[in-house]
Each structure stands twice: as structure tokens, then as C-alpha cells.
Ligand binder design. Structure first.
Ligand SMILES: Nc1ncnc2c1ncn2[C@@H]1O[C@H](COP(=O)(O)OP(=O)(O)OP(=O)(O)O)[C@@H](O)[C@H]1O
Ligand SMILES: [Mg+2]
Length: 290
């Protein structure tokens, strides 16, 4: 699906512009400026790509407090069946973007649509019933509940779905079925991530939002999580994944976004981004040479 964006290279703000953006003094002194050509190009590529996408965020500003924006004009789309990655430095707004899609952070301006329907600021529980699953970055299982009870919580809105979806999730993650009576609090970090993803799959979502599913895991378990994410995606679920393991993330996604200071800095196919010298230099560092 990486051929959705025109051009062979990702579009990006120039290194000069980025350096200026990183210089806080300069940023504070700077007058509001017109969009650069590359940013305008970004937007038109976004508009073209978003046309038949299943989920779209258009020019979002959003934040936790009135009048304070963490996202400063973010665009994102995912087509049906796509695996889309979001990478970027700590504090860039990656989690905030996922939360804005999922109704957990107030969108101040801009729009989120799901299959063409406006879902901006719709409540998370409604979004779950509309087909969006969300796995937050932390505290994403109920530790005192068993694996099975965690999965039951995943479809509390439609308990009748439980049997069929439990079988589906246990096909994907056989260990969850085998250990269904074990409390989630006794599981390893990797196993908890499987429970958290399984829980989000219980409502048969069309779009799954994953916030750093490999956080805190060993390289081996990280690889396993990525394999699982690919498997989930292969069942037809559109997946948007935020990852700190940027290089690994770019290796598995169809398309990616680099977020920086609440804005899209770069976008392109996973391969384009992973091999772009500027992205490598600015965001992938030594990992890229690994
Ligand atoms: N609940 C909150 N209330 C107020 N500000 C918040 C809240 N959560 C995050 N922020 C702020 O929003 C900004 C972006 O945070 P966010 O968690 O979206 O970044 P991130 O890109 O996910 O970072 P990380 O890689 O560390 O997970 C940060 O400045 C952070 O301090
Ligand atoms: Mg985060």
C-alpha cells in the first residue's frame, strides 16, 4: 500500500527549518510564518491519500488543557487493511495523537473521520462500538482479573460476542487460551501485551490503535510483538502503531509518519523513511546502522 503517496521520497521540512524549530529561542522570537512548499505538498499528498481511507485525522489541533495545543496541525490517514506507524522523539505527541483519534483528548480544531463519518470528540466507549480498538501505552490490563476475565471486559458492551471472539483471539495467541485462568498481574510484560491486544480485538474492531506495544520488552519479545501485530493486520484489521523502536517499526509498516513537536515532520512508506538520510540522521540515530 506504500504506493499511495506520490513521489519516490518522503516529503519533509528542510534541515534548516527543523534546526530552527529545535532552537527554542529562535522559535520564541519567530514571527508566525507561511507554510513552506514542502508542508503544502505534504497536505495535498495527505488529502489525496485520505480520500478512500478508513480513518482520517485532518489538521488536528488538540491538547489536555483549554487553549494549550499539544498537536499543532497533525494529518494522518490509514487505508483499509493498512499497517501505519507513528514514530518520533519523546514528547512529540504520538500518544496524544492516538488519544485524539480515540476521543480521550479534546480536539480543538480539525476533524477525525471513520469511514467518512465525523467522529471528532466522540466518546471512547462509542468509538469502541463503532469499530475502533485502543491499547494504551501503560496500565493496559486489569492485573487482578484473569486472562479470560480481561478478554470478557473487552466485549462487555456485547457479551454475546464473547465465545466467537475468544476463539478468534486464542487462535492468534494460543497461550492466552491455555492460561485463561491465570491472573494478568502474574504475567510477564510480553504476555500482558498479548492480553491487552487480545482484549482490544474482542469487539472485532476494523481499526486497532496500539501505543508502544513493545515498551519495556526484551529484543526477543519485541520481535514477537511485531510478528503478532503483523498477524493481526493480516486478518484484515487496519492497524496504527506508535513505536519507540523506530527502525523496527519502519521495517514492518506499510507507511509511516514522523511526528515532531506535535506536527508531521516526514511521511512516506516504511522503506522510504527507513532509508531517508535526514530521517536516519534526525530520528533513527545509531539504531539505523544496526
Ligand atoms: N495527561 C496530560 N496532561 C497534560 N499534558 C500531557 C498529558 N499527557 C501528555 N502531556 C504532554 O503532552 C506532550 C506530548 O506527550 P505525549 O505523551 O503525547 O508524547 P509521546 O510522543 O507519546 O512521548 P513518549 O515517546 O514519551 O511516549 C508532552 O509535553 C506531555 O508532557
Ligand atoms: Mg507516548
Amino acid at each position: 500500500m506504500s504506493d499511495m503517496l506520490p513521489g519516490d521520497r518522503p516529503q519533509y521540512v528542510s534541515p534548516h527549518e527543523r534546526e530552527e524549530a529545535l532552537d527554542l529561542d529562535a522559535a520564541q522570537r519567530a514571527e508566525p510564518r507561511a507554510l513552506s512548499n514542502s508542508e503544502i505538498q505534504d497536505r495535498s499528498a495527505h488529502v489525496a491519500g485520505a480520500k478512500d481511507a478508513v480513518i482520517v485525522a485532518d489538521d488536528l489541533t488538540a491538547g489536555y488543557l483549554p487553549g494549550v495545543n499539544i498537536l499543532n496541525g497533525c494529518d494522518l490517514y490509514a487505508k483499509r487493511g493498512e499497517l501505519v506507524g507513528i514514530i518520533g522523539p519523546n514528547g512529540a505527541g504520538k500518544s496524544t495523537l492516538l488519544k485524539a483519534l480515540f476521543g480521550l483528548v479534546k480536539v480543538h480544531t480539525g476533524q477525525v473521520t471513520l469511514s467518512g463519518e465525523d467522529i471528532t470528540n466522540v466518546r471512547a466507549d462509542r468509538l469502541v462500538s463503532m469499530g475502533i480498538g485502543f491499547v494504551p501505552q501503560s496500565n493496559n490490563v486489569f492485573p487482578s482479573l484473569t486472562i479470560q476475565e480481561n478478554l470478557e471486559m473487552g466485549c462487555y458492551q456485547e457479551p454475546k460476542k464473547f465465545r466467537e471472539r475468544f476463539d478468534f483471539v486464542c487462535d492468534l495467541f494460543p497461550a492466552l487460551g491455555e492460561r485463561r485462568a491465570q491472573r494478568a498481574g502474574q504475567l510477564s510484560g510480553g504476555e500482558r501485551q498479548m492480553v491487552a491486544m487480545g482484549r482490544a480485538l474482542m469487539m472485532d474492531p476494523s481499526v486497532l490503535l496500539l501505543d508502544e506495544p513493545s515498551a519495556g520488552l526484551s529484543p526477543l519479545l519485541t520481535d514477537e510483538v511485531f510478528v503478532r501485530v503483523k498477524e493481526i493486520n493480516a486478518t484484515g484489521v487496519t492497524v496504527i502503531i506508535v513505536e519507540q523502536n523506530a527502525m523496527r517499526c519502519l521495517q514492518i509498516v506499510d507507511r509511516g509518519y514522523v511526528l515532531d513537536q506535535g506536527r508531521n515532520a516526514y511521511t512516506g512508506s516504511g522503506r522510504q523513511l527507513a532509508t531517508d538520510p535526514q530521517v536516519v540522521h534526525l530520528y533513527l540515530g545509531t539504531l539505523a546502522q544496526a
